[in-house]
Write a new protein. Sequence first.
Length: 287
Amino acid sequence: MSVLSVKNLIYGYSKGTPFEKGALKGVSVDFNQGEIVAVIGHTGSGKSTLLQHFNGLLKADSGEILFEDVNIYSSKETLRNCRFNVGLCFQYPEQQLFESTVYKDIAFGPSNMGLTDNEINERVHEALSFVNLSEDYLSKSPFDLSGGEKRRVAIAGVLAMKPKVLILDEPTAGLDPIGKENLLKLITDYNKSTGSTVIFVSHNMDDVAAVADRVLVMNDGKIHLMGTVEEVYSQGEMLSSLGLDVPEITTLFLKLKSAGFDLGKTEYTVEGAKESILNYLSKGGAL
């Protein structure tokens, strides 16, 4: 079932000036309940602009955004409801922290939802637990935390609103390998435990292969391709023409197969490649 739908979205920057540019050119797409969708594309392809329309942060020149089959601009109430249910984390969300304590930062969203103090407190603790931070952090200043901790606090602030759709713009950008792995696990755990839809932008094709159910490829303000990871990544030449690359492990896997090693289907993750190679060796194959 579709929870969020985009219908023929058109949006341009610097309208009426010599610098006018079409950022979105008739984009239409449905996002289903409970799926994880990755949005990829080169810089300037329209990825982040598209995401900022999903909760009304940007308003299209024409077209519709439907949340649970209701146009988010049909009334002030529907737009407000959308913004609580479609949570958006910008790239480097830790730069948006502003309160004096971690507790106040996480509580900011729920406080604007008209909840009681007890409900707000419960949501703050639940969100903090979800991003794997102890309650000791609640009294700390967010500005005294490490980069990875700040990012988790910022995401907790969105999770505390319990959005039905979680949107993340380059969530692993700038993180070390351990921080990246932890954040990807957070995304998949949240998706599985809540049944919420997750939509994220990424330049890291390995991250996309690791967690996405579906991949949406943007180019020049349009959806160029959409499908499963296998359907999209199998078109390596097309991706390269758009300035994108398949994961390194896939490149290695394809080279092994072209050298005559019968490894079965092409793999897109290290874990998948490991299983295929071990299976190949167990049947008497040699590398």
